[in-house]
Design a binder for this molecule. Structure first.
Ligand code: IPE
Ligand code: IPE
Ligand code: MG
Length: 248
């Protein structure tokens, strides 16, 4: 259902929102809880955010769940995060499927156990014809890794240098076929990219909030969308308003 009562202007709803879900560890620390409790709270919040995304009428959502650098965390935390991924697939898949969510994965599955890889692929296959929301899960994802992978495939395919164009490179990315994000949201206040979608976000708008991910609620989401609706996206040109004025 699209929210008609919202103050967000509907023509300006982004088509694709990408989120760096950050701050789970600090959320837990603040409460004297182990970091994994923060990740669990963050996962609960993700469920709410997916629902809000559908309600706002956004078509594509990409979430950064685990980076290629996150393997460097303590083994216990990495194991816990892998367990959460498995739980999400086991417990949420049917509900997501019923809601018309198409699941996709970006990144590399290789480092997951054969069993977990099979479950992820099964979830992707089950939901492949859904079109209410395309949900890209970035798991074992790194923007540089994605570009390296694309270059390797381009060379393997024997593409001639003069045929390597912006759009061809896009087709070799994990996100092939998905429009670039219009809006990137980062929670927990960090002002950095952390290896997320570095090719695709060339002209994305950014919204950073100090709120930790488990506390990023629908009101805050709405504020991010309102901020986006106010932005003048020029893509290196001059704004259309200015052009009209100078022609008058
Ligand atoms: C984001 O929260 C989730 C993952 C990176 C898996 P963090 O775990 O990075 O939380 P902080 O940044 O330490 O607070
Ligand atoms: C980015 O957050 C990765 C995810 C949200 C999955 P990090 O917490 O890993 O990033 P840094 O270390 O603060 O740059
Ligand atoms: Mg972090």
């Amino acid at each position: 259902m699209t929210e008609t009562s919202s103050s967000v202007s509907l023509e300006k709803i982004p088509r694709h929102v990408a989120i760096i879900m950050d701050g789970n560890g600090r959320w837990a620390l603040q409460r004297g809880l182990p970091r994994l409790a923060g990740h669990r709270a963050g996962t609960e919040n993700l469920r709410r955010v997916i629902r809000s995304t559908v309600e706002f009428g956004i078509k594509y959502l990409t979430i950064y769940a685990f980076s290629t650098e996150n393997w460097g965390r303590p083994a216990e935390e990495v194991q816990g995060l892998l367990g959460i991924l498995q739980d999400v697939i086991d417990r949420e898949l049917n509900e997501l499927h019923k809601e018309g969510v198409q699941l996709r994965h970006i990144g590399r599955l290789e480092r997951l156990s054969a069993n977990l890889q099979a479950r992820v692929l099964k979830a992707i296959n089950l939901t492949k014809n859904n079109d209410r929301l395309i949900l890209n899960i970035a798991w074992n994802y790194g923007g540089r890794d994605e570009i390296v992978c694309a270059i390797q495939k381009i060379i393997k395919d024997g593409i001639k240098p003069e045929d390597v164009t912006d759009s061809l490179v896009g087709q070799y990315m994990f996100t092939a076929g998905v429009p670039d994000p219009d809006l990137v949201i980062r929670t927990s206040g960090e002002l950095r990219v952390s290896n997320f979608l570095i090719w695709q976000t060339a002209y994305s708008e950014w919204y950073v909030t100090p709120t930790y991910w488990p506390d990023f609620d629908k009101e805050e989401y709405r504020r991010a969308l309102e901020a986006f609706a106010q932005r003048d996206r020029r893509f290196g040109k001059v704004s259309s308003g200015e052009l009209q004025e100078s022609n008058a």
